[in-house]
Design a protein around this ligand. Structure first.
Ligand code: F6R
Length: 241
């Protein structure tokens, strides 16, 4: 594992964007796994700047997002599809039909998840997977559990995640209670993994995830078993490491 502590959020974002830009430049037809949340907004901004500067192209890239709320239409302004359109896809030259987000509008959870897992396999598997880190150690929406879930599946969100995400909805009652997410097995099969975390409120979980024991109680800790992981945090998130 490569563990990098950047000076601040902007430096973390630039360093993480450089890893992605480097991967796309050296593998132009790669499969990128992408994440939503507050943490990657800055790095997506850096990638858009690189594209606008003419030094980066996504024209042959395929993407798969980690997760989506179950029950939200892609047009809903809190759906992860909407987030990706707004923060990255609509600003760069990625082909719309090569971007994938689990179908939150599909009520048949088993069908939606199986179709997603199959689409990833048909694309040749994930190349570089970007991850944020939940306060409880979740990656994607893989919450602390008795074991590590293998494939894309439907999860019931924990109180901690519902509370954390309620800041983005009108009220906590509007936060969906379920989501479709890649499994830990799906994520661990990626060739490379890049994790970003920012802020003092992530310091404890960053330390537990990357320097504590590997346990499904802290889902991100499984990344210690991956042969090609880069973790980039800002000084505040890295304060206990
Ligand atoms: C987002 C995702 C989540 C977030 C995590 C951290 O697609 O899968 O695991 O990465 O909840 O979110 P932020 O960055 O908002 O702290």
């Amino acid at each position: 594992m490569k563990f990098i502590i950047a000076e601040d959020y902007d430096a973390m974002s630039r360093a993480a964007a450089n890893v992605i830009a480097g991967y796309v430049t050296s593998h132009p037809d790669c499969v990128l796994g992408l994440a939503t949340g507050s943490t990657p907004i800055g790095l997506y901004g850096c990638l858009v700047k690189d594209y606008e500067a003419g030094v980066l192209s996504f024209k042959d890239v395929t993407s798969f997002n980690l997760d989506e709320y179950r029950g939200l239409d892609p047009q809903h302004d809190q759906s992860y599809r909407y987030f990706m359109e707004h923060n990255l896809f609509s600003h760069v030259d990625i082909e719309a039909d090569r971007t994938h987000v689990p179908d939150g509008a599909c009520p048949d959870a088993q069908a939606a998840c199986a179709a997603y897992e199959q689409a990833i396999a048909e694309a040749g598997g994930l190349g570089l997977q970007l991850l944020g880190l939940g306060h409880n150690g979740h990656i994607g929406f893989n919450e602390p559990a008795p074991d590590f879930p293998k494939y894309t599946h439907c999860v019931t969100l924990t109180e901690s995640t519902i509370n954390a995400n309620s800041r983005l909805f009108d009220s906590i009652d509007d936060v969906p209670r379920e989501a479709y997410t890649m499994g830990i097995g799906t994520i661990m099969a990626a060739k490379e993994i890049l994790v970003v975390a920012s802020g003092a409120d992530k310091a404890d979980i960053v330390h537990r995830a990357f320097f504590g024991p590997v346990t499904p109680d802290v889902p991100a800790s499984v990344l210690q078993f991956h042969p090609n992981v880069t973790v980039i945090v800002d000084k505040e998130a890295g304060a206990l490491c």
